[in-house]
Design a protein around this ligand. Structure first.
Ligand SMILES: Nc1ncnc2c1ncn2[C@@H]1O[C@H](COP(=O)(O)OP(=O)(O)OP(=O)(O)O)[C@@H](O)[C@H]1O
Ligand SMILES: [Mg+2]
Length: 340
């Protein structure tokens, strides 16, 4: 019965597309104090995600890059349906997740897993590693206790935590930060997902550990046929792993395209500035692009027109009034800027 219902809710999806998001918006209501409430001022909203459209192809690593507060995590949480959108839709394998029953959603949740930034916060400190890995299998009633144990040990080996039998009996605090993040990666993979949301997965690791963890994630991608949404504030990390990237600013996509095109031929000034901010180990290297001055404006009252205009040196009159739409400039390479 379940599969019939799911099929009915499925829309036409291109075969190579796993996730399609359309005009996605998430507005969070701003808490008001009593005086503000009594003075009956209208409700105010943080426009964390404000009309985002893109798709993620099967088997790709799609990077979402932007400064702090640009709405990356909120977009990720909307995609895996932890929070529901104010407007817009998310299709996973052609199915609109917001229209599913709890039982149907549980089936889909298995197919999408998350790796967060802080491995310590995402592991239960009182639970041994073995139990942590077997728990998702128990919840979904998969395998016998013996089979669950075997699966957990096998995955520990795959993510490079050896000897697995010893790690199995440890608590999170008995492991290093890098080892803990390997446990988080193993736990994300134990249910054989199709899609992994990796939200700043290596931001807490030191530089040498970062490369090892990224390599592990890419090995696992091949082994398990995964699709990743890779969230990072750091273009250098994105460059290492992503097939395509979207540059986000104040709840909007400013530029989107294949990694190579965005890096070799950045179109938006904001992208150019982010690229220029990547440290280059050459003291004589002169920056061609200055990093935009000033803070990211407040997402409660984003600037009219192009949200980036207060920080843009090429600002024209139109930029203050009309919001630029994403348009394709070369094959698969989009930008939202009035200069084009
Ligand atoms: N639950 C919430 N309630 C109210 N505001 C929120 C909530 N979650 C996020 N926001 C706000 O939405 C905006 C976008 O936040 P988000 O966490 O998506 O940004 P981000 O790009 O992931 O930033 P960072 O790089 O710091 O993780 C921010 O202004 C944030 O304060
Ligand atoms: Mg975030």
């Amino acid at each position: 019965m379940e599969s019939v219902t799911l099929k009915d809710t499925a829309k036409e999806t291109k075969k190579d597309t796993l996730i399609e998001i359309k005009n996605l918006k998430k507005y969070f209501e701003v808490e008001r104090d009593l005086i503000q409430k009594l003075s009956s001022r209208t409700k105010r909203y943080v426009k964390a995600v404000d009309g985002v459209t893109f798709d993620i192809k099967r088997g790709e690593v799609f990077g979402l890059v932007g400064e702090s507060g640009s709405g990356k995590t909120t977009t990720g949480r909307l995609i895996i349906n932890i929070i529901s959108p104010t407007e817009g839709s998310v299709l996973f394998d052609g199915v609109d997740l917001t229209k599913l029953s709890k039982r149907e959603l549980k089936h889909f949740r298995r197919r999408m897993q998350v790796i967060f930034q802080d491995p310590y916060a995402s592991l239960n400190p009182r639970m041994k590693i073995g139990k942590t890995l077997m728990q998702p299998l128990e919840i979904h009633k998969i395998g016998t206790p013996r089979e669950r144990e075997e699966k957990a040990l096998e995955l520990l080996g795959k993510v490079g935590l050896t000897p697995p039998e010893i790690i199995f009996t440890k608590y999170p605090h008995q492991l290093s930060g890098g080892q803990r993040q390997r446990v988080v990666i193993a736990r994300a993979l134990i249910l054989n997902p199709d899609f992994v949301l990796a939200d700043e997965p290596v931001a807490m690791a030191d530089v040498s550990m970062r490369v090892l963890l990224l390599e592990l994630m890419m090995d696992m991608k091949k082994e398990f046929n995964l699709t990743y949404l890779f969230i990072t504030h750091d273009l250098a990390t994105a460059k290492y792993v992503c097939d395509r990237v979207a540059i986000m600013y104040l709840g909007k996509i400013m530029e989107l395209g294949p990694l190579r095109d965005v890096f070799q031929n950045p179109l938006h000034y904001y992208t150019k500035a982010l690229l220029a901010a990547i440290p280059i180990p050459d003291p004589d290297h002169k920056r061609k692009v200055d990093i935009p001055k000033g803070e990211i404006p407040n997402p409660i009252d984003p600037p009219a027109g192009c949200r980036f205009h207060p920080r843009c040196p090429y600002k024209m009159d139109i930029c203050e009034k009309v919001e630029p739409q994403l348009q394709m400039i070369e094959e698969g390479h989009y930008v939202a800027c009035h200069m084009y």
